[in-house]
Design a binder for this molecule. Sequence first.
Ligand SMILES: NC(=O)c1ccc[n+]([C@@H]2O[C@H](COP(=O)([O-])OP(=O)(O)OC[C@H]3O[C@@H](n4cnc5c(N)ncnc54)[C@H](O)[C@@H]3O)[C@@H](O)[C@H]2O)c1
Ligand SMILES: [Mg+2]
Length: 302
Amino acid sequence: MLRTLRIPFSATKHLPSRCCSGFVSRTRYVNQLKEDDEACLAALQNGHVFLFHHLRPLLQPTKTGTLRPAALVTPDVQSFLERLGSNPSLLKESVLIGCSEQNQAQFCLDVGELDQAAVEEACTGNFMDLGKSLFLLTGEEAPLLTKGQALLRWHQTSRFCSATGQLTQRNQAGSQRVCPSNGIVYYPKMSPVVIVLVSDGKQCLLGRQSSFPRGMYSALAGFCDMGESLEEALCREVAEEVGLEVLSISYSSSQHWPFPHSSFMLGCHATVSPTHTQLQVDHAELEDARWFSVEEIRSALK
Ligand SMILES: NC(=O)c1ccc[n+]([C@@H]2O[C@H](COP(=O)([O-])OP(=O)(O)OC[C@H]3O[C@@H](n4cnc5c(N)ncnc54)[C@H](O)[C@@H]3O)[C@@H](O)[C@H]2O)c1
Ligand SMILES: [Mg+2]
């Protein structure tokens, strides 16, 4: 059986935004801050901080009536933290998420230990569910919040060494945690997931899980198993979920997906033989799977 992985040139359209020549220097600056705790602490003093409350980001209204993530300057954050009687070292729990085009380091901080309403009043904003926020934000701002939430969640749920049970210590950037007794270094974890639009040349295959909102169908998806290639995971998932054999694969693009934990979604197209399209749906995984014509997809997207 022929199974090929083709990376089309169009994948370049998904490269990160690099509108000015500072991309390399910003990238290296962020990398340096991950390595150097003192430099990272100094950058925090002059940086921008995005606040979360129990992993829900703070959004502020703009003059045009839209919402934006609140990029607060550190002295302002420090002063209202003091005013609200927070632990003085709370600011140091910020995690580094990037660097703006104005060369300002960007951090996230979860202030879940403080009274939510008091923080919202001090910052003239509201903490919102991340899933809902993503429908309200522009493409450029949403990834900052998903990255920040994922990193904050990882620190909140990965505090102990799985070999010794001891509390691990994070570096200032929050890019790793180290066990003080055996030196094991832990890095933020993502699970690779393949998501695939299967086609027989005329129709495409979509499925739905019983947990999806009514009427929603999506491309097939599944977690990669240990030791599998992307291609192997894709062929296994399609075989498991709908009982079809894939003939060819092309990679499309990738995306970090924060729900329910951090997944690294690898988007692909795949073809099956137009003479072997009979589905055998595994109802333990999918409530339904169906072939859809181009016209049906067009009218659903409208
Ligand atoms: N169409 C879709 O299903 C769709 C669309 C968009 C995003 N996603 C995301 O893709 C991810 C995977 O999709 P799925 O649920 O269909 O996967 P799946 O088909 O692999 O089935 C999920 C099951 O796989 C097992 N599993 C194996 N490795 C796992 C891991 N690292 N983490 C959690 N469970 C693991 C668990 O038993 C789990 O119940 C989900 O997180 C989902 O949010 C899926
Ligand atoms: Mg699945």
